[in-house]
Design a protein around this ligand. Structure first.
Ligand code: FAD
Ligand code: SF4
Length: 486
C-alpha cells in the first residue's frame, strides 16, 4: 500500500462529462479524463485491503489485480501498472469505458466513503500505454501448427482469439457483419466507446499479431460450419445472444416499430461513414420516439434519438423504478440493482415506470401513431392493471428494447444440431459443446451479459481449447510472463 492515509487525504474525483447541450450535438465520446497527478492521488486512495473484495468473485469478473495497479499508479509506475492490468484483461480500453464496474460496488472503501475510482484508473492506464507506445503487437515466439476458427467477433471471440494467438495457434475469426467487434462495434453507441479510435485501433494490433479476420461471412448460412471443422483443429462459437424479445401485441405490424439493435446498428454504422437509403433508414429526427424497455439498450436508443434531433423521447418500463440505495436483499458487496440515471437519460428523456403496453395504434397508412398503455401494480412476481389509468402515448417511432432471448438458432446451432439449455443458450460442459472439437463462450453460452463477462469467458474458453489441442496443462491458465502478461 503506497500511502497509508491516502483514502483520508484525497476525495474521489471523477472524469468530467461535457455539458448536455454540447455533447448532444455530436456522436463523439464526451468524458474528459483527470490529469496524471490527480490519477496518482486516486490510486493512493486504495487501502490495499487484507481481503480485496474488488478482486473477489463479487468484484471484477476477469480478476483484475486492482490493489496492485492502484499502488503502481500512485507511485507513478505506470508501465508496471499497464503490465499488471494486461495480465488479466485483454481489452481494458473497452471495460475502462463501458463496464458497470462491479469492482467499485464491492470496494471496501465504498462502505463508508466513495469507492476507489477503479474504472477511471483502468482507463487512464491503458490510454497512457497507447500514448507512450507500450501497447504494441505482441507476436508469439513460435507457432504450434494448430489452427482455430472462431465464429463471431464480439469481445468473447476477440478475447479467445487474442489468448490463443499468444499461445502460438493460428486463429481466424469469422464475422457476419462488415466490421469487427460485435456489440462493442454495433450496439454500444460511439459516444460511449469510439469505434475507429478505440475498437479499430485494437483490432489493427490484433491483425499485426497474426490474427486473420474474415468479415461478411455468415457461418452456418453462407459458409457451413462443417467446412471450418474440416479445416481447423478446433472451432469456437461466440455468436452472442442476438435474438431480441418481441412484443406481439395488437398493431405490432405497424410501420416504424423496430428492435433496438436495428436502430443502434444503423446509428453506429453511420458514424463510421455508412449510408442508408431513405427506405431503410431509421431516423428519429422530428419524431416522438418511445423506447419500450428501461435498461441500458433502451438508454442507448435514447441517446442516439436525442442526437438525431427527436421531437420527444420517452422511455417506458414494465418494472417499478429501482431503489436509490442498497436494500436488505442486496447487501454489500453484491452488485446492487439500484436506480442510476444513465448519461443518455440525463440528456432529456422522460422516464415512466410500471407501464404496460396494451396495443399499438396505427393510422390508415399503417404507420404507428401511439401506444395504448395502462399503469400496473406489482404483486410479488405478478402484476395487476390499475383500472382507470389507461392512457395513450403518442409515438411515431418505437424501439423495442426488452432484452434478448438467446443466440440465433437457425445458423450454427441448427447446422450442428447443438444441445441448448432451457434458455436456448448453447449448452456446454466447461466450454465444450455437445459436438467434439467445438466450443462456445460469451453471450451465446451464458445469455445476454456484459463485456467484462464476455472477455472472461473468451479467456477461460481459450485455456480449455489450448489444453484440448496440446494435451497438457495450458500456460494460458497461469500468470506466465510469456503468455499472459501482454
Ligand atoms: C445495445 C447494447 C448496449 C450494451 N452496453 C453494454 C455496456 O455499456 N457495458 C457492458 O459491459 N455490456 C454492454 N452490453 C452487453 C455486451 O455488449 C455483451 O454482453 C457482449 O458484447 C457480449 O459479447 P459476445 O462476444 O458474447 O457477443 P457479441 O458482442 O454479441 O458478438 C457476437 C458476434 O457474433 C457475430 N455472429 C453471430 N452469428 C454469426 C454467424 N453465424 N457467423 C458469423 N458471425 C456471427 C455477430 O455479428 C457479432 O459480431 C450491451 C449490449 C447491447 C445490446
Ligand atoms: S476493495 Fe477498494 S480499497 Fe480495498 S483493495 Fe480493492 S480497490 Fe483498494
Amino acid at each position: 500500500m503506497g500511502k497509508i492515509t491516502g483514502f483520508k487525504d484525497y476525495d474521489r474525483k471523477n472524469f468530467t462529462l461535457a455539458p448536455v447541450e454540447e455533447r448532444i450535438k455530436h456522436y463523439n465520446e464526451f468524458t474528459t479524463p483527470l490529469d496524471e497527478a490527480d490519477m496518482e492521488d486516486q490510486g493512493a486512495r486504495c487501502m490495499d485491503c487484507g481481503v480485496p473484495f474488488c478482486h473477489s468473485s463479487y468484484g471484477c469478473p476477469v480478476g483484475n489485480i486492482i490493489p496492485q495497479f492502484n499502488d503502481q499508479v500512485y507511485r507513478g509506475r505506470w508501465e508496471d501498472a499497464f503490465r499488471t492490468l494486461m495480465s488479466t484483461n485483454n481489452f481494458p480500453e473497452f471495460t475502462g469505458r463501458v463496464c458497470p464496474a462491479p469492482c467499485e460496488s464491492a470496494c471496501v472503501l465504498g462502505l463508508h466513503e466513495t469507492a476507489v475510482g477503479i474504472k477511471n484508473i483502468e482507463y487512464s492506464i491503458i490510454e497512457k500505454a497507447y500514448a507512450e507506445g507500450w501497447m504494441k503487437p505482441n507476436l508469439p515466439a513460435e507457432r504450434t501448427g494448430k489452427s482455430i476458427a472462431i465464429v463471431g467477433s464480439g469481445p468473447a471471440g476477440l478475447a479467445a482469439a487474442n489468448q490463443l494467438n499468444k499461445a502460438g495457434h493460428t486463429v481466424t475469426v469469422y464475422e457476419k457483419d462488415a466490421r469487427i467487434g460485435g456489440l462493442v462495434r454495433y450496439g454500444i453507441p460511439n459516444f460511449k466507446l469510439d469505434k475507429k479510435n478505440v475498437v479499430e485501433r485494437r483490432v489493427n494490433l490484433m491483425r499485426q499479431e497474426g490474427i486473420v479476420f474474415a468479415t461478411n461471412v455468415n457461418v452456418g448460412v453462407d459458409l457451413p460450419i462443417s467446412a471450418l471443422q474440416q479445416n481447423n483443429d478446433a472451432v469456437i462459437i461466440t455468436t452472442g445472444a442476438g435474438a431480441p424479445r418481441d412484443l406481439p401485441i395488437e398493431g405490432r405490424d405497424a410501420n416504424n416499430i423496430h428492435f433496438a439493435m436495428e436502430f443502434l446498428a444503423q446509428a453506429n454504422s453511420k458514424v463510421e461513414g455508412e449510408s442508408f437509403s431513405a427506405d431503410e433508414e431509421i431516423l428519429a429526427a422530428g419524431k416522438d420516439v418511445v423506447v419500450i424497455g428501461g435498461g441500458d439498450t433502451g438508454s442507448d436508443c435514447v441517446g442516439n434519438s436525442i442526437r438525431q434531433g427527436a421531437k420527444s423521447v420517452t422511455q417506458i418500463e414494465l418494472m417499478p423504478k429501482a431503489p436509490d440505495a442498497r436494500t436488505e436483499d442486496m447487501p454489500w458487496p453484491t452488485y446492487p440493482r439500484i436506480f442510476k440515471l444513465s448519461t443518455s437519460q440525463a440528456e432529456g428523456a422522460v422516464l415512466d415506470f410500471n407501464v404496460l403496453s396494451k396495443s399499438f395504434i396505427k393510422d390508415n397508412a399503417g404507420d404507428v401513431t401511439g401506444i395504448n398503455c395502462v399503469r400496473i401494480e406489482w404483486e410479488g412476481r405478478g402484476f395487476k392493471e390499475l383500472e382507470g389509468t389507461e392512457f395513450v402515448l403518442k409515438a411515431d417511432l418505437i424501439m423495442l428494447a426488452m432484452g434478448f432471448l438467446g443466440p440465433i438458432q437457425d445458423d450454427v446451432i441448427a447446422e450442428l444440431d447443438l444441445d441448448t439449455d432451457e434458455r436456448s443458450n448453447i449448452k456446454t460442459t466447461g466450454f465444450a459443446t455437445s459436438v467434439d472439437g467445438v466450443f462456445s463462450a460469451g453471450d451465446s453460452r451464458r445469455g445476454q451479459s456484459l463485456v467484462v463477462w464476455a472477455i472472461h469467458e473468451g479467456r477461460e474458453c481459450a485455456v480449455e481449447v489450448d489444453e484440448f489441442l496440446m494435451e497438457r496443462r495450458s500456460m494460458l491458465n497461469c500468470k506466465s510472463r510469456s503468455y499472459c502478461e501482454l
